[in-house]
Design a protein around this ligand. Structure first.
Ligand SMILES: Nc1ncnc2c1ncn2[C@@H]1O[C@H](COP(=O)(O)OP(=O)(O)O)[C@@H](O)[C@H]1O
Ligand SMILES: [Mg+2]
Length: 246
């Protein structure tokens, strides 16, 4: 199986004034085609920084990163990647439909394909009834749905989701998980971050545990628990390895 993401010794330090914040201290992981990879870690662990590197918004200061065998900044790579940001902050005087048309145009999608795709996506995220309303009136959960649809507008082979279920009610969470599973079944690769273990455990083929810029462990939920006491939950395992680092 093809490796979609290969990250080796990723390092990134922010410098704000005199302060240096080592967000990533040498992170290694890889994600295979068709895999759902859950990136778990508490706030400030470095998840969003990793995602910005994967998107080519930031460049690694050390180490190497490839997406579909290319640099993340490669225009061809960008065409095949979909991204849902942590905070869905779109221009709210647009309707979801107008926003999706705008993104579709950025990707150069032809008009007919785009209109058909937008209908499907609005349906998928359960927004068809609000598709003509200004987003000004939308709740956080509704904005998350718009954001999810936006991430899929270019029919990406790799979907990168930064905390996709935060702010969603349980029904919408479940729906999001189902959509992610469906995408996997279609052969798509999904990389998503979360600080909620239960969420990650439910759908990930493999999990990477990030803490203070270091990848503490990675593998399937079973691998992570392998060799540990019977009946231990992923949550208690997580608290334990974080505790060991303190
Ligand atoms: N633009 C920035 N400038 C300075 N520090 C930043 C910036 N973005 C993130 N950080 C810091 O880098 C660390 C990792 O942040 P982030 O990648 O956003 O973590 P996460 O997404 O896991 O919550 C945190 O300590 C955060 O405060
Ligand atoms: Mg984040």
């Amino acid at each position: 199986m093809q490796q979609v993401i290969i990250a080796k010794d990723l390092q990134y330090t922010y410098e704000s004034g005199k302060r240096k914040i080592e967000a990533l201290k040498g992170v290694d992981f890889s994600v295979k085609e068709g895999e759902i990879f859950g990136f778990i870690g508490p706030n400030g662990a470095g998840k969003t920084t990793t995602i910005k590197l994967l998107l080519g918004i930031l460049n690694p200061q050390q180490g190497a990163l490839s997406v579909f065998g290319q640099a993340p900044t490669d225009p061809k790579t960008r065409q095949t990647v979909g991204y849902m940001p942590e905070i869905a902050d779109y221009y709210r005087y647009l309707t979801p439909k107008e926003l999706l048309i705008m993104y579709g145009n950025i990707f150069g999608i032809s008009k007919n394909v785009l209109h058909e795709r937008i209908e499907k996506l609005l349906n998928l995220v359960d927004l068809e009834e609000s598709s003509g309303r200004l987003m000004r009136t939308f709740s956080k959960g509704m904005m998350q749905k718009v954001s999810f649809a936006q991430a899929l507008i270019n029919d990406p082979d790799l979907l990168i989701l930064d905390e996709p279920t935060s702010g969603l009610d349980p029904v919408s969470r479940k729906r999001t998980r189902e959509v992610i599973q469906d995408l996997k079944e279609k052969g798509k690769t999904i990389f998503f971050s979360s600080h909620e273990l239960s969420e990650v455990e439910l759908i990930s083929d493999r999990i990477g545990v990030l803490y203070k810029g270091e990848l503490l462990d990675s593998g399937s939920a079973k691998d992570l628990l392998g060799g540990k006491e019977e009946g231990q939950s992923l949550e208690s395992y997580f608290l334990k390895i974080i505790g060991e680092k303190r």
